[in-house]
Design a protein around this ligand. Structure first.
Ligand SMILES: Cc1cc2nc3c(=O)[nH]c(=O)nc-3n(C[C@H](O)[C@H](O)[C@H](O)COP(=O)(O)O)c2cc1C
Length: 316
């Protein structure tokens, strides 16, 4: 696909609504791949982003897993960072002032070991200036249920959603794990429990082996697979979820270019997130915004909203 150069006199309408959250364009940064945004301030124009989603925040600081915790794979990467972060209190006192001044919507990704932890983080985020939304990472082990991830069980996913919604004073986006047999079931459970939107997918569980040492490459043995390798799986899941829920769906997984982003939007995504691509090209998200704009102009669309869910499917 050829994109025309952007024209200043004819700015494309890229605005989308994630429920009550109105954003200037459909491009967000994926949690854990963009730090707390400041890390990218000299690498790109942060103001071009539709929204920033920050690294996952827990109730207390976490050191994460021992290294090695990142390895490149065919068309992607595996990570076992182990949700390292500064904890909610330091996040609010040290990171939020900078983020609030950016004047772009900031969505805080949260994680917990228990429903009580998810609720406590949500409570502490209430009223914090600049927080425009919460993204709930449910791909976390439920300590009380023997370490089974909340996101792999529809009833546990529903319980986390309800718990966070009970306390939140901003829209709640629930981020689904792809490591399930029926993603539509989890999506419906989360929607029924009050989620304002759904984002997917988080990483797929994978593993790498070093033939010379005969050891796993990652110290944690297994890790999360991301990047272009997972795009077809993510696209399929976004399509399936968008077909069964009526709340906005945000597509994530291997998106590197505007073409990738537009494919997710055709499949039903209202917005998208850029993850691993930012490691390869720190300007990836900005370039995707520009490319989507050029597409809207070249296709003479009134707005980017006109392509959401417009995939033609002929099932015999
Ligand atoms: C290094 C790394 C750290 C991540 N940390 C988080 C996190 O803290 N919370 C979360 O919900 N997702 C996290 N993710 C998942 C991404 O946000 C995204 O869902 C996933 O990587 C798929 O998108 P991509 O293929 O564009 O990277 C992380 C991914 C990577 C690669």
């Amino acid at each position: 696909m050829e994109f025309v150069n952007s024209r200043k006199d004819d700015l494309p309408d890229l605005r989308v609504n994630i429920g009550s959250l109105k954003i200037a364009n459909p491009v967000m940064t994926a949690s854990g791949t963009f730090g707390y945004a400041r890390e990218f301030e000299n690498l790109m124009n942060l103001h071009r982003l539709g929204a920033v989603i920050v690294k996952g925040i827990s109730l207390y600081p976490r050191a994460g897993n021992p290294p090695p915790r990142i390895v490149e794979t065919a068309c992607g990467m595996l990570n076992s960072i182990g949700l390292q972060n500064v904890g909610v209190d330091r996040f609010i006192s040290e990171k939020m002032a900078y983020l609030a001044e950016l004047n772009i919507p900031v969505i805080v990704n949260i994680l917990g070991d228990s429903l009580a932890e998810y609720q406590e983080i949500t409570t502490r985020l209430c009223g914090v200036p600049g927080v425009a939304g919460i993204e709930v990472n449910i791909s976390c082990p439920n300590v009380k249920k023997g370490g089974v991830a909340f996101g792999t069980d529809p009833s546990m996913a529903a319980a986390v959603t309800e718990a966070v919604k009970e306390r939140a004073d901003v829209p709640v986006m629930v981020k689904l794990s792809p490591n399930v047999s029926d993603i539509a079931l989890v999506a419906r459970a989360v929607e029924d429990s009050g989620a304002d939107s759904i984002s997917l997918i988080n990483t797929l569980i994978g593993m790498a082996v070093d033939l010379k040492t005969r050891r796993p490459v990652l110290a944690n043995v297994i890790g999360g697979l991301s990047g272009p390798a997972i795009k077809p799986v993510a696209l399929r899941m976004v399509y399936q979820v968008a077909s069964v829920v009526s709340i906005p769906v945000i597509g994530i997984g291997g998106i590197e270019t505007a073409e990738d982003a537009l494919e997710f939007m055709l499949a039903g995504a209202t917005a998208i997130q850029i993850g691993t691509a930012s490691f390869v090209n720190p300007r990836a998200s900005e370039e995707v915004v520009e490319g989507i704009g050029n597409y809207v102009i070249s296709e003479k669309l009134p707005s980017v909203r006109d392509i959401i869910g417009q995939l033609s499917v002929d099932l015999q």
